[in-house]
Design a protein around this ligand. Structure first.
Ligand SMILES: O=c1ccn([C@@H]2O[C@H](COP(=O)(O)OP(=O)(O)O[C@H]3O[C@H](CO)[C@@H](O)[C@H](O)[C@H]3O)[C@@H](O)[C@H]2O)c(=O)[nH]1
Length: 536
């Protein structure tokens, strides 16, 4: 609405072009329809409006941040939260996005969040990615993943066009977009990187890369320690990603190298986490690795909209939220295990079968989410659904995860340790069964189980991007029982509740993340680029 008021104030006879500025059109149209009947509106170019608006805002001193995530749920969801957070502190914020991720942003606009949106086409012109692949989870096979990242690189020109039009003061972009460092430089603005992961994982991964401790072992079963970190973590080689092991030189390893080089030239890193949960690593990042960072999370806590906001994150849920809530309402406090493995994890049929058998054998009530809405059910043990009727709820497809985790009946979370899920578990105060599969998840497992002491490991020993398997039903049963039953479980739950409290305090006025965000906003407000060009 603020934006609308400014537009009307500046251009009493102007109306933004629908095709060029779709989101603002929605706001403007709804808000001034009654006036529209009486007044004649002259159409002006979007660019002109922006330029004038920009000049006026510069005079008013309003900071404008542009956010650029990649097309993956684990990256897009926290970026939308980040936009809401910046806006709640009076910072003008625009997200550059692509369908279908633009839909949740439009929904957020409709429910009153004054977020700017610039929509791009993805895959972009010139990309060899099939037209029907718009998000990372839609990539059907690993050999297409390099094409996905090539397509991301082709966004440089369209993104720079938007930056030229919007004249922001800062660009916060995904770590997978190293070219945005140059783009930001061209416009004389700082680029901040958003990894989407914990600071802990960034530190561990960089030390792994720097010291290559896996070179000192002679077999896959021989353990090694990552040197130099504040804690002692034992790994084996199969838990490390093939990119970190430098097993082969390919497009992805080249991209990782570019990301590293860009990172060194960046202004700093914005982290979706809070100081208290990884203080040793926030300090290590700053004092040992010599990098600037701002812990401003957990970002999800900026959502104050109740069940509606909690149940619509990323995608429409496969299950009706009321049905899900009444199922949970029928259960005792802390009695349900929630199992979900994020948006990317791909288990084999055999692994799904073992997971089902383990959950059933644990004897606990459960909600289990299996992505991709598989039609054929031969991955379920025979009679599984009949035997677990009333005890188990199987969601085939997207679940309202935050809503479920926040329900008092949920007593534990079986998670792949994606960082968003991990933080959501922490914010809900539930202990976790750590079941990492790929990406940086094996690091997050250590944070949850060994640093924070709020989880047990299921014992997965192998990093696998697709076709994850190897965890047997007995391991699932044992881990679920350990997290649900007995004094150790109760102790972990108490500890998890105390981290939940810390998370809430961190984002409240005067809390660590609240203050860190103040510092960031202040720094960006007074920032002068060394090579600032006159972009007007
Ligand atoms: O049925 C579902 C499944 C997921 N989610 C949400 O989707 C997000 C998933 O994010 P995350 O837990 O981080 O998992 P991934 O989707 O696997 O995320 C990728 O990106 C993350 C951020 O970089 C990394 O930490 C992970 O390792 C990487 O796999 C979370 O907000 C979940 O609440 C739902 O709402 N419903």
């Amino acid at each position: 609405m603020e934006m609308l008021k400014r537009l009307i104030h500046l251009f009493p006879t102007a109306h933004p072009k629908k095709e060029l500025i779709l989101n603002k059109y929605t706001i403007v149209k709804n808000a001034i329809d009654p006036i529209e009947e009486k007044t004649e509106y002259k159409f002006v170019e979007f660019k002109d409006i922006n330029l004038e608006l920009h000049k006026k805002e510069q005079k008013m001193g309003q900071l404008h941040i542009v956010l650029l995530p990649i097309m993956a749920h684990g990256h897009m969801i926290p970026v939308l939260d980040m936009a809401k957070l910046f806006i709640s502190r009076g910072v003008k914020t625009t997200i550059i996005s692509t369908p279908p991720f633009s839909h949740p942003i439009i929904k957020a606009q409709e429910s009153g969040h004054d977020i700017g949106l610039s929509i791009l086409k993805f895959p972009p012109e010139g990309s060899s990615l099939p037209e029907n692949i718009a998000t990372l989870d839609q990539v059907p096979s690993p050999d297409l993943i390099p094409k996905f990242f090539e397509a991301l690189a082709l966004l440089q020109k369209p993104v720079e066009k938007i930056l030229q039009e919007l004249h922001p003061n800062c660009l916060i972009s995904d770590m997978c977009l190293p070219w945005t460092t140059d783009s930001a430089n061209k416009f004389g603005i700082p680029r901040l990187v958003f990894h989407g992961t914990s600071c802990f994982a960034i530190c561990a991964s960089e030390q792994m890369d720097l010291h290559k401790p896996y070179k000192n072992v002679s077999s896959d079963s021989e353990p090694f320690v990552i040197p130099n970190l504040p804690h002692r973590f034992i790994f084996t080689r199969p838990q490390v990603s093939p990119f970190e092991l430098h097993e082969e030189e390919n497009d992805f390893t080249k991209l990782m190298q570019q990301m590293k080089e860009a990172e060194e030239k960046n202004y700093g890193v914005v982290i979706n986490s809070f100081y208290e949960i990884e203080s040793d690593y926030a300090d290590f990042f700053k004092n040992v690795m010599g990098r600037k960072s701002w812990h401003i999370g957990p970002l999800l806590l900026c959502n104050k909209g109740g069940v509606e906001e909690k149940s619509h994150r990323g995608k429409e849920s496969e299950i009706d939220q009321h049905e899900c809530l009444s199922w949970l309402d029928s259960k005792k406090p802390d009695s349900v295990v929630y199992a979900c493995f994020g948006s990317q994890a791909a288990f084999t049929q055999a692994q799904l079968h073992e997971t089902a058998a383990g959950l059933e054998a644990s004897g606990q009530d459960f909600i289990w989410v299996v992505q991709k809405g598989k039609n054929e059910d031969n991955w379920l043990p025979e009679g599984f659904e009949d035997r677990t009727k009333g005890k188990g709820l199987l969601i085939r497809g997207w679940a309202p995860q935050v809503m479920i985790l926040d329900h008092p009946s949920v007593g534990a979370f079986v998670t792949h340790c994606g960082w968003n899920s991990t933080l959501e578990g922490i914010c809900a105060g539930v202990p976790m069964v750590a079941w990492p599969t790929f990406a940086e998840q094996f690091y997050n497992e250590k944070l949850v189980t060994e640093v924070l002491g709020i989880g047990v490991s299921v014992g997965n020993k192998k990093w696998q991007r697709v076709g994850s398997e190897g965890v047997e039903r007995a391991a699932v049963k044992t881990a679920v029982e350990r997290i649900m039953v007995g004094e150790t479980a109760a102790e972990m739950r108490r500890r998890a509740m105390s981290y939940k409290e810390m998370a809430r305090k961190a984002v409240e006025e005067g809390g660590s993340s609240y203050n860190c965000l103040n510092d960031l906003i202040h720094e960006l407000s007074v920032y002068e680029h060394p090579k600032k060009q006159d972009i007007n």
